[in-house]
Each structure stands twice: as structure tokens, then as C-alpha cells.
Design a protein around this ligand. Sequence first.
Ligand SMILES: NC(=O)c1ccc[n+]([C@@H]2O[C@H](COP(=O)([O-])OP(=O)(O)OC[C@H]3O[C@@H](n4cnc5c(N)ncnc54)[C@H](O)[C@@H]3O)[C@@H](O)[C@H]2O)c1
Length: 269
Amino acid sequence: MPDLLFSVDDEVVIITGVSGQLGHQYALAFLQRGARVCGLDLVHSEGAHKLAEQYPDHFFFHQCNVSQSDSLTGALVTMRSIFGEPTVLINNAAIDSPPDAPLEETGPFEEYPDDSWDRVMDINAKGVYLACKVFGSAMAVNRRGSIINISSIYGLVSPDQSIYDYRRQRGEVFYKPVAYAVSKSALLNLTRYLSTYWARSGVRVNTLVLAGVENGQDPEFLKAYCKRMPVGRMATEVEYNGAVLFLASSASAYMTGAQLVIDGGWTAI
Ligand SMILES: NC(=O)c1ccc[n+]([C@@H]2O[C@H](COP(=O)([O-])OP(=O)(O)OC[C@H]3O[C@@H](n4cnc5c(N)ncnc54)[C@H](O)[C@@H]3O)[C@@H](O)[C@H]2O)c1
């Protein structure tokens, strides 16, 4: 008898930001376990093309902007015609200020550009709200669904600005900006709100809180980050797969409105 506790082969999974580093890994983890996956992103990456080649009956990509309601509704219509009703939604698409962001974006808080705030909130907070509205509402009608909102340690606690001292020592003015952190903490209460709203409609809503992932970062950044990190290293890109599979499967059937923190101990200090 197969053990169905963690099984996901009956799930129809939507992953936003599927062309990014972690979205690709989540898609692979579900596909390897027999789920059907609809990947959404602004960009149709080489990785997404490969997934479609490798899993032609189980994966398709749909170009979509999560901050536009019509774009999400279009994705739902396409998905229904290919795989049927969605049962899992991973709200993974997001933007952050990259290490080489324009100077004004990583300058002092007092000078942070208001349009950068709007751009980040539009994708990271409003995009998740809209995706929940479009896909979560369909799940509630079907009385079955699990929504996983991807947050960050910087949504739970403030960025530790001392990690970036190495940049200041080089003569740069650098602060980890405000909007990303605020957008990621907004997800914690969107999760709580929707978890109670849909609690009796068969839709569970949880937040997965992540710490930083290895991605060829500046060695000086790595040194400072890993010194602050209790386990002494960043996560690898596959180390959150177990958590998304758990949150999508019946192993977490009684879990809703919660946050699962997988952060190498960062917030334990
Ligand atoms: N990588 C990390 O260190 C880390 C740490 C903590 C939390 N997270 C969170 O994990 C998630 C994935 O991170 P990642 O490192 O894989 O990011 P990534 O930048 O590699 O991927 C994000 C993807 O989202 C897509 N995207 C951006 N705007 C979009 C829009 N409007 N509509 C549709 N797609 C859009 C991008 O095209 C990109 O493919 C994010 O929510 C991020 O905040 C990442």
C-alpha cells in the first residue's frame, strides 16, 4: 500500500515566478512526484522550456503578470482547459533590489524613491493578494486547496544592516531597502486573514518563511551573512522543497494560518 501522507500526484499546482531560481526547483519537486504544474512568470526562461520538454503532459508555462488581475484570470482559464481546477497555489514571484540596484534604491531610507516602493509592493504584496483572489476563490468554490505564500526572514525581522558594513568600508553608501521587507511582512497577515476567511471552505493558507539561498554572491557578503547565520551557511536551492511538498500535501491537513520558518536559525537569535 503506498503511503499517501505526503503524496502530491493528484495535485494541480500553480507556481508564480517559475522562471526564477526557487520557482524552478519547486516545479521540479512536484513534477518528479507526479503532480501537474502550471508555471507562471513574466519571463519564459530556458528552464521553463526544459520542464515542458521533460514533462510534456504534466507541465505548461503561461506568461503572466501577477500584478494584473486580467492576466491572472487569463491564466486560470488556460489552466482549466489543460489541467482542470487548481488545488495548490505557490505565491513565489517577487522582486527585490539586486546587489547592483541603482544608488538611490540602496541609499538612506530618507531618500528611498517612492516609485520603487510602489513597484515592489505592486508585485510582492498586491500580486499575492490578486493571485489569492483569482485562484483561491476557485479553490473555495471547489472546497479544496492549499495556498503557500512565500515570505522571507526580512518579513519577520528587520534586515541586519551590519551585514553590509563591508560595502560601507569600501566607501559605498548601502542599506538593504525598506520596501521588500515591508512587502514580505504584509504576507504574514494576508495569510492569517485568508486562512480564517476560507477555513470552512476547504482552503488552507500558510506562509513559508525563507532565509537566503546560495547564488554566486559576493564572497564578502557570504562571509558576513554566514557569520550571522547560526548554521554557518546559506541554504541550497533545493532545501525548501520538502517544506512546499509538506504544505501542499495532506501531511499538513490541520495546518492553516501559520508560518513555517526554515531559516538556518536566523530568527532564533
Ligand atoms: N533567493 C533567496 O535568497 C530568497 C530568500 C528569502 C525569500 N525568498 C523569496 O523566494 C521567492 C523566490 O525567490 P528567487 O530567489 O527564486 O527569485 P528570482 O528573482 O530568481 O525569481 C523570481 C521570479 O519572479 C518573476 N516575476 C517578477 N515579477 C513578476 C510579475 N509581476 N509577474 C510574474 N512573475 C514575476 C521573475 O521574472 C522571476 O522569474 C521570492 O518570493 C523571494 O522573495 C528568496
